[in-house]
Design a protein around this ligand. Structure first.
Ligand code: MGP
Length: 313
């Protein structure tokens, strides 16, 4: 599929991975790029079923007025406004938000939150659910309609979490986990924080954090061993921005690199630092007297005061 993109290579790769994975999972054959956006290619095909025969689209994946399009499938590449097929992501994701202002907004009804949220008590009190989505197109629709982190007030967070997982240490899927974090000085990072957050979300929804970078000729990790990330967060604070990647497990920081879990956690951290944030692996991140590193700690340590066991890449 020929594409032109103004994204830098790492982000373009993440975006393409998100789309390609989604399309492969749904066995969707992309339409050939058409001569003009208003003239969809005649070769645009319906998604095939297991026998290679054209199949009916899933409920909810085709616009109600698709009949007006002669039943022809139009991807977002054919027509950005009138596409009628969506490309599902591996997972459904939910965006949550909090800020001093969100306290004044109506609470998210408990019925639209997983039962575990009730146990989070005060911590979840001010967090509002924005929307859930499960397709590439809905992600971009959401992204284009929310205030970017650079424009958020000094005490606000976006939480993008997999379906059914609340952005709380107490959630059963997080309670044994931890988080990678990078903290960046606010003034110097304003011009780059939006891109960093976008690339982090793309790597999250594209599940590229879960793919250990196999050496040439080496087999990639088994897919069933691939689901460690539960969500990603961006925080805006008066003096800094912070991006987190939450994982459902956390290795003991004393474990050697060869330990399978340590290895997978380190792979996520390195992918985050190098491919998503664009630093060199051995780069020391000292920016204008503000020292920050890409570091991991368990949620159990985050809850504790005092010395933490931190892993740094
Ligand atoms: P924070 O917002 O993650 O840290 O947590 P920050 O930005 O350093 O601090 P801030 O005060 O500038 O926001 C702040 C505090 O929120 C923690 O010390 C906890 O008291 C509480 N908190 C944070 N998280 C992620 C949780 C959580 O998952 N569960 C509960 N119960 N409290 C939390």
């Amino acid at each position: 599929m020929a594409t032109t993109s103004s994204l830098p290579p790492a982000a373009a790769e993440a975006a393409i991975a998100a789309l390609t994975n989604a399309m492969a999972a749904a066995s969707i054959t992309p339409a050939e790029p058409s001569a003009s956006a208003s003239e969809p290619s005649a070769s645009a095909s319906k998604p095939a079923n297991g026998d290679g025969e054209p199949s009916d689209l899933e409920d909810g994946e085709i616009r109600e007025d698709a009949e007006e399009d002669d039943g022809r499938v139009k991807t977002v590449f054919d027509d950005a406004a009138r596409f009628n097929v969506k490309h599902p992501l591996y997972s459904t994701w939910t965006l949550f938000f909090d800020s001093p202002q969100s306290k004044g907004l109506p609470k998210t009804p408990a019925t639209s939150l997983p039962p575990s949220s009730i146990a989070h008590g005060g911590w979840m009190e001010d967090i509002r659910k924005v929307v859930s989505f499960d397709s590439v197109e809905e992600f971009w629709g959401l992204y284009n309609n929310v205030v970017p982190p650079s424009q958020l007030p000094g005490k606000a967070n976006y939480y993008l979490f997999k379906d059914g997982i609340m952005p709380a240490w107490e959630d059963p899927q997080n309670k044994n986990g931890g988080k990678w974090a990078i903290q960046l000085p606010r003034d110097k990072s304003k011009p780059v924080i939006d891109q960093m957050w976008l690339y982090t979300m793309l790597a999250g929804i594209g599940e590229t954090f879960e793919t250990p970078l196999a050496a040439p000729g080496e087999k990639p990790a088994a897919p069933e061993a691939s689901d460690l990330v539960t969500g990603v967060i961006v925080s805006s604070r008066p003096g800094f921005y912070r991006i987190n990647i939450w994982t459902r497990q956390a290795p003991d920081s004393a474990l050697p690199e060869a330990d399978p879990l340590m290895n997978r956690i380190l792979t996520i951290g390195k992918h985050f630092k190098v491919d998503v944030l664009g630093y060199k692996l051995d780069q020391k991140l000292v920016t204008g007297g503000f020292q920050t590193e890409v570091s991991f700690e368990s949620h159990k340590d985050s809850e504790k005061k005092g010395k933490k066991n931190v892993i740094v890449v």
